[in-house]
Design a protein around this ligand. Structure first.
Ligand SMILES: *Cc1c(COP(=O)(O)O)cnc(C)c1O
Length: 430
């Protein structure tokens, strides 16, 4: 598979180079040159396929020939070492739980897959890579955990001091080995700006190979298409028309769902559920795309004012607004609505959601008002205890800590404080 840059000013490249570089030299996102639908027999026989067999068939074309089949099988087996269960709330709404991985956020799958690809490309120590990532919370933990101990890959995570939850901070700062945490005196945007500046700093990039580990990287983005196939497998016998409501921030997850649809997965419609960061909701209303500075909400992993993967969605629909609109709806919700939804989900279905999942649930409800006879699946993208403050205040029941979270809580934090780009640069070079 070859990948091209969506800025169209860089040469096509291989999967390997796309993963190592992250972004194309013209700063465009990479996109696969072809998407070959899976054979009809794949969907017919899906009940007889395990998650790892599904993953192999669905991902093979995107990584071939850079990752040999046997290696891909191993990478998939190690990546998918937990479950992706559907929990039915009622006849019209289910949730797909994507939080059973080691850091209890859906980003675990992409981070683990990408780490193992980079580890394979570096097997002879020829491609030393530094993964540089800014996090507002969840990405950092998933990346730190996914890349821990991968040979030849150093990970540097920037997070805003005092702006991530205790659990999230522990997940980023207690692992040691090849994982370094930088505690930035500032907000998330400051971390993000420093990372962007590093990628553009030719003095720095001439001395080291830097790459990103957010969803702009194809190896982190593409494996997410599996979630939609796993959900289909669990629901297709009882429901013909499946709609997905995806709590969206950078739009990597919903865009991966659209890739699954391109592979032939029968998905009726997508809903991008947004908090008050509603650029895409507004775009679908007005056909005008106007990025905004991000605003802080209780579903903070979706506080994104200029979603980086939206350009990939535009590519899938060849910039055809009416085609996109026929396949994607978007709704945006306030924090107050999100809290009411959390309580409603608990009171009505005895289910504890997290704030991101609650936004997804609201997306389902909004869509179902005008569409009957469909089954809406909202993605539960994080475990509720990762947002303990909000969840316990709203449902007024103490939540037991899962073992993944307990495991990090009494470990010792190790982080280096920085306050400027110069400090980041000297940290990277020493
Ligand atoms: C990252 C994240 C999202 C948003 O996913 P995108 O792919 O960026 O749209 C939603 N929920 C949680 C919990 C996340 O960590």
């Amino acid at each position: 598979m070859k990948y091209y840059s969506l800025n169209h000013k860089a040469p096509k490249t291989t999967f390997k180079e796309a993963v190592i570089k992250g972004l194309a030299p013209d700063k465009g996102l990479y996109f696969p040159e072809t998407i070959t639908p899976l054979p009809a027999s794949f969907f017919k026989n899906i009940d007889n396929l395990s998650d790892t067999e599904i993953a192999f068939q669905a991902l093979h074309q995107f990584v071939s020939p850079d990752i040999p089949e046997a290696v891909l099988k191993t990478i998939i087996k190690e990546t998918l070492s937990f479950d992706f269960p559907i929990v039915k709330l009622n006849e019209s709404i289910s949730t797909l739980e994507l939080f059973h991985g080691p850091t209890m956020a859906f980003k675990d799958v992409g981070a683990r897959f990408m780490a193992r690809c980079l580890g394979y490309f570096n097997k002879n120590n020829t491609n030393q890579v530094t993964v540089l990532v800014a996090t507002s919370g969840d990405t950092g933990g998933a990346v730190a955990n996914g890349f821990l101990g991968v040979k030849g890959v150093n990970v540097v995570i920037l997070y805003p001091s005092g702006k991530v939850s205790d659990i999230q901070e522990k997940q980023l700062t207690t692992l040691g080995q090849n994982i370094k945490a930088l505690e930035v005196d500032g907000v998330f945007d400051d971390c993000q700006d420093m990372v962007k500046r590093a990628f553009l700093d030719q003095d720095l990039t001439s001395k080291m190979q830097l790459t990103s580990a957010n969803s702009i990287n194809v190896a982190r983005w593409l494996p997410q298409l599996l979630y939609f196939i796993f959900a289909y497998k669990q629901l297709h016998k009882t429901h013909n028309e499946i709609v997905f409501s995806v709590p969206s921030g950078n739009f990597g997850n919903v865009c991966a769902g659209m890739m699954a649809q391109q592979l032939g997965l029968p998905i009726k419609h997508f809903i991008a559920a947004n908090n008050q960061n509603n650029v895409v909701t507004n775009y679908l209303k007005t056909e005008e795309y106007s990025p905004q500075p991000s605003v802080q909400t209780i579903s903070n992993a979706m506080d994104v004012g200029n979603p980086s993967n939206f350009i990939r969605i535009q590519e899938i629909y060849k910039n055809n607004f009416s085609k996109l609109k026929a396949n994607l709806s978007s709704f945006s919700f306030t924090d107050t609505e999100t809290k009411i939804a959390l309580k409603e989900i608990y009171d009505t279905y005895n289910y504890v959601a997290d704030p991101h999942g609650a936004v997804g649930y609201l997306g389902c409800k909004a869509y179902l008002k005008a569409h009957t006879n469909v089954h809406c699946v909202f993605l539960e993208t994080a475990h509720p205890t990762k947002f303990l403050d909000v969840v316990e205040k709203v449902i007024k029941i103490e939540q037991p800590l899962p073992k993944q979270i307990k495991g990090v809580m009494n470990k010792t934090k190790e982080a280096t404080k920085i306050g400027s780009y110069e400090e980041l640069k000297s940290f990277l070079l020493h």
